[in-house]
Write a protein that binds this ligand. Sequence first.
Ligand SMILES: NC(=O)c1ccc[n+]([C@@H]2O[C@H](COP(=O)([O-])OP(=O)(O)OC[C@H]3O[C@@H](n4cnc5c(N)ncnc54)[C@H](O)[C@@H]3O)[C@@H](O)[C@H]2O)c1
Ligand SMILES: O=C(O)C(=O)C[C@@H](O)[C@H](O)[C@H](O)COP(=O)(O)O
Ligand SMILES: [Zn+2]
Length: 360
Amino acid sequence: MRKVAVQTESKSYDVWIEAGCLHKLLPMLKSWKKQPTSIFIITDSTVAELYLDRVKNQLKDHYPLVEAVVPAGEASKSFVEFEQLLTVALENGLDRDSMIIALGGGVVGDIAGFVAATYMRGIRFVQIPTTLLAHDSSVGGKVAINHRLGKNMIGAFHQPEMVIYDPELLVSLPEQEWRSGFAEAFKHGLIQVPEFYQWLQEKIDSFVDLDVSLLEQLLERSIAVKAEIVAEDEKEAGVRAHLNLGHTLGHAIETQLGYGKMTHGEAVALGIIFAMRLSEQLYQVKLPINEFKQWLRQLGYDTNLPKTLQAESLLATMKKDKKVNAGIIRMVLMKEVGSVQVEEVDEKEILTLIEKMLGE
Ligand SMILES: NC(=O)c1ccc[n+]([C@@H]2O[C@H](COP(=O)([O-])OP(=O)(O)OC[C@H]3O[C@@H](n4cnc5c(N)ncnc54)[C@H](O)[C@@H]3O)[C@@H](O)[C@H]2O)c1
Ligand SMILES: O=C(O)C(=O)C[C@@H](O)[C@H](O)[C@H](O)COP(=O)(O)O
Ligand SMILES: [Zn+2]
């Protein structure tokens, strides 16, 4: 089985990647020294229909099970759903040795992880990602819910005990979710590993009939980039901010459109284009922006900002980004593919470029 080890200050754990590996969940749990007293499975309405029984059937004769299903979609990363999940946990008597399984995409991973981080000040959890995007979200321990004023504004760092990534679960993903997930893989190449970015460009020209072994390789390589960065800087004191390439504008787009109107990855792709254009202006460098946009368009991404957005409102939301320091926007900018850095940016430059892009 492919394995990426994640070693952080707070916890070391493995990401297991193999077609069919969901079947190994029970033996993996049974190998734990301190057995969970009960297991709380959190999933969403779409994933519940597809995969919840597979998980329950493995575990039901071995552990007391509790389950909760949140509505599918970004809107579920909310205070309301968070409170309801905690209520289910309390009503069912989960204790400090209970553990949570996050079965789903990034939305489930983020909210279930935040429940795990906060219930009785923190209990163990396991990530079982079911989207491509969740190769990013299930690793690294950022867990959160959204506030109406900004994405992931209420959260914690809480690492999972393990990540079980079965690429066979991805076969049911709609094309738009492939598109969303690939944006984070492109990001991992762009920030640190030009060869991986080039490899992706060579291998990925459509999201139809993706080969499972190619997918396994891709997951392993992309997760390895994230794991290395998180190992160096678990709590984003420095280099981890590089993983935020495209997110300063991307998160503002998601917030301004209304959560769930555009997928996270598609918003991040627009944010990356924006960051690259700004980088060209500020560093006087030439980046392969047209080539990137052309590839994205071929894969079905919209590379234009939605016309309903307003530059001033986007800027106001960007000023609430978590990287902002003393009111100054800090963005991840690129000198060349594979080399990024965090830079303070004058908000007038940001506004002018957003206005220009909205007019294109
Ligand atoms: N914590 C982190 O480090 C991190 C990193 C990246 C993104 N995120 C967060 O992740 C979220 C996005 O995650 P996502 O793109 O996985 O979204 P998601 O969890 O909403 O999943 C996307 C859609 O696909 C459906 N789905 C999930 N698995 C499926 C499957 N196997 N087959 C068919 N349909 C399936 C879901 O029900 C949902 O409708 C955002 O909230 C983003 O902020 C967090
Ligand atoms: O893991 C990280 O660090 C990232 O920045 C990964 C991002 O892809 C992810 O969307 C993350 O949730 C963004 O973090 P935030 O701190 O900007 O909310
Ligand atoms: Zn992201």
